[in-house]
Design a protein around this ligand. Structure first.
Ligand code: MOS
Length: 712
């Protein structure tokens, strides 16, 4: 088939909107998909980092004698002799540059050997001397270190206030004033952070296979740190086994791998053991919430205050933006949404799936449920009553907002019957809960290229990273539709920093950002082909696109996805164990481009919310200053036996103010509100309100031992 005629005359079946299976599915299940640590260049060596064993202080000496005497050991890098790095915006990447120890688990050396086992043995043989100082890892109300930052994660203002929320609260006939606590949480992707770095001194070129959420930023940061021109650095990420935000910025492993290959003149893999991750790749910071809601007896909100306390490290300020969803959700004139943060001797927190919205909506949506109880009102109706006409904080119209439709459709599908009494089955108490979800629409500039080959096939190049989301598949669908060709005529090349710059797989913005560039490149190529007469030249025809102009335009709309979760739980009065029986979500997230991969994103988020509600918890041990849960035996993510029937549905939403594909982004909204729906169901089941996550058996039993004092 000649693309000059066939592609334009033959209307190919539209691929977008169809449930195309993942294009790399076979590669993944057969093990032929290669991940960063599985790259095996000749003479590859292995690095194993040495974590600090004090929580605060400094290194006074590093004795490498015993380590270097072990067989196959190539080097031990220490703060005294590691390569001096160039600048980076992220101080957590300034590794082995000084003797300061800002938290337990901070890397203080790197052993390199010709085998993985040799590197680990050498790391254990390194003797580090410390001068320890007292440490403080415990966030609490009234902590003297709390301050109001200038802004919070995502660039939002830390503090927003409208009207007089205190006076409005005092005057409200119905009030709730409640506190919630969300512990530190860890992303724990299936594939731990790993990089294989190869410095070719002859060519002066650095090649790095990195498990990351975007290679453009990794290249930029490595070029800065190692003082190389960007075109001397290539970062590759063909397959990535999850990230959930923990790989959205370069992490220490990749810097150490590059240091080691430059020192040793051999390719070096640094694959972090899972036990290290808790301290060095980021976590969701703990949040302490106080939510005050005032309402009239008919449920109309008259006052909303959401105050968030959180921690950051002494290395870098990262503030979980948990009060931000209160600026979006409900119509209320008098409001305050504010954050304070304390810098403690803790590892640096970072992004974790729906940062801000996830803990923030747990608190806000639990408080809305408590308000519904206080009003004696159906919590669905309470939310419907307070659905705003415009975005409360900004006054801007919504590009589209179908929260009410999500609540209504969810209620019908779930069989929601309003404020019903708990049910009892022997020792089990059964109840249902509801909560809303929201997540912003983000988009960032990206580039892409499209080539038509004389044989009728197409190559589309975009530096997307498929971290397991199905991005490769959906981008191929976008390309096929823009080119007007069948999906199998398109080959997609991704995960390579040599391609035009793109943003990371983060902020639920990957498909929108990369897809826009793919769409534009393919549309431009279609135009070129239409103007071309005769057979294609041997080199084919190409077109490229750069969405810098279009993606940066700020539309006059507030753009957010919305959703509603419904949960049915059982609480065991003998053991205190809570099990989720049913979980159902309905989402309004623009056009759904691939129902199969979208469903995976939604239910994946919901399951992560289930874990947050019931089992996930990283505790900072006050005595030793480290996270107590450092593997998947201690950090309990939901497993198959924990996950009941999970249903994800969506509203067909047509929003013309997003991008050419019409999607809002779906990677994160599934987790937002899920824990609140489960918590609300537990309170309906038990008649007790638990306000500290996770809802573990000890806490549930303790709550049940206290008499039920009426409305919860
Ligand atoms: Mo995601 S937490 O925006 O990488």
């Amino acid at each position: 088939m000649s693309p000059t005629t066939a592609t334009l005359d033959t209307a190919a079946q539209a691929s977008l909107g169809t449930p195309v299976p993942r294009l790399e599915a076979r590669d993944k299940v057969t093990g032929t998909a290669r991940y960063a640590a599985e790259q095996n260049p000749p003479r590859r060596a292995y690095g194993w980092p040495v974590p600090a064993t004090i929580a605060h202080g400094r290194v006074t000496a590093v004795d490498t004698t015993a380590a270097l005497a072990l067989p196959g050991v190539l080097a031990v890098l220490t703060p005294y002799d590691a390569p001096r790095l160039g600048p980076s915006d992220d101080p957590t990447l300034q590794l082995l540059q000084d003797t300061r120890v800002p938290h337990r688990g901070w890397y203080v050396a790197l052993a390199v050997a010709d085998t993985l086992e040799g590197a680990r043995a050498a790391a254990e043989a390194v003797r580090v001397g410390y001068e320890a100082e007292p440490h403080d890892v415990t966030l609490r109300e009234g902590h003297p270190g709390l301050y109001t930052p200038e802004e919070v994660n995502g660039g939002y203002p830390a503090h927003r206030e409208h009207g007089d929320p205190d006076a409005a609260f005092a005057a409200a006939p119905v009030r709730v004033d409640v506190r919630y606590s969300v512990p530190p949480l860890h992303n724990h992707a299936m594939e731990p952070h790993a990089a294989t770095a190869d410095w070719d001194a002859g060519r002066g070129h650095l090649t790095v296979y990195d498990s990351c959420q975007g290679t453009t930023v990794v290249r930029t940061v490595l070029a800065g740190l190692f003082r190389l021109p960007e075109d001397r650095v290539t970062v590759l990420a063909e397959h990535v086994g999850g990230g959930f935000g923990s790989k959205s910025t370069p992490r220490p492993h990749v810097v150490l791998a590059v240091m080691a290959t430059r020192r040793c003149g051999r390719p070096v893999t640094v694959a972090l053991p899972r036990q290290h991750l808790a301290a060095c790749v980021g976590h969701r910071a703990p949040t302490l919430h106080r939510v005050r809601l005032g309402a009239r007896p008919d449920g109309t909100l008259t006052s909303l205050t959401h105050e968030v306390l959180t921690h950051t490290s002494r290395v870098r300020e990262f503030v979980e933006q948990a009060a931000v969803p209160g600026r979006v959700m409900y119509a209320v004139r008098d409001s305050r949404t504010t954050h304070r943060v304390a810098a403690l001797d803790v590892p640096t927190p970072s992004w974790m799936r729906a940062p801000g919205e996830t803990p923030g909506m747990y608190a806000l949506e639990s408080a809305m449920d408590e308000l519904a109880d206080a009003l004696g009102m159906d919590p669905v109706e309470l939310r419907v009553r307070n659905d705003p006409a415009t975005e409360p904080d900004s006054g801007r119209p919504f590009s589209s907002r179908h929260l009410v439709e999500c609540l209504r459709e969810g209620a019908t599908r779930f069989g929601w019957t309003g404020h019903r009494p708990p049910l009892r089955e022997g020792p089990l108490l059964i109840g249902s809960g509801v909560a809303a979800a929201t997540y912003p629409v983000y988009i960032a500039p990206a580039g892409a290229r499209a080539h038509a080959r004389p044989d009728g096939s197409y190559l589309v190049e975009v530096n997307a990273t498929d971290i397991g989301t199905g991005a490769r598949t959906v981008l191929s669908q976008i390309a096929a539709d823009a080119l007007g060709v069948p999906l199998d005529a398109v080959t997609l090349s991704l995960g390579n920093s040599a391609l035009p710059p793109t943003p990371v797989a983060g902020g639920s913005a990957g498909t929108a950002s990369w897809g826009w560039a793919v769409h534009d490149a393919c549309t431009a190529l279609t135009d070129r082909l239409a103007r071309h007469h005769g057979p294609l030249p041997d080199a084919g025809l190409s077109a490229s696109a750069d969405t810098t102009q279009s993606a940066k335009q700020k539309p006059p709309y507030a753009r957010h996805a919305f959703g509603a979760h419904f949960a049915e739980v059982q609480a065991d009065t003998v053991t205190g164990e809570v099990r989720v029986r049913r979980l159902l979500g309905v989402f309004a997230a623009g056009r759904i481009l691939n129902p199969r991969t979208a469903r995976s994103q939604f239910i994946g988020g919901m399951v992560m919310g289930l874990g947050m509600a019931l089992t996930e918890h990283s505790g900072l041990d006050p005595a030793f200053g480290d996270f107590a849960e450092r593997d998947l035996a201690a950090y309990h993510v939901p497993v198959n036996a924990d996950v009941p029937a999970v249903e994800a549905h969506w509203i067909d939403e047509h929003d013309k103010h997003l991008n050419p594909m019409g999607g809002k982004g779906i990677g994160e909204i599934g987790i937002v509100g899920a824990a609140a729906a489960i918590g609300n169901a537990v309170s309906r089941a038990t008649g007790r309100r638990l306000r500290e996550l996770p809802l573990t058996p000890d806490r549930v039993l303790a709550a049940l031992s206290v008499p039920d004092t009426g409305p919860v």
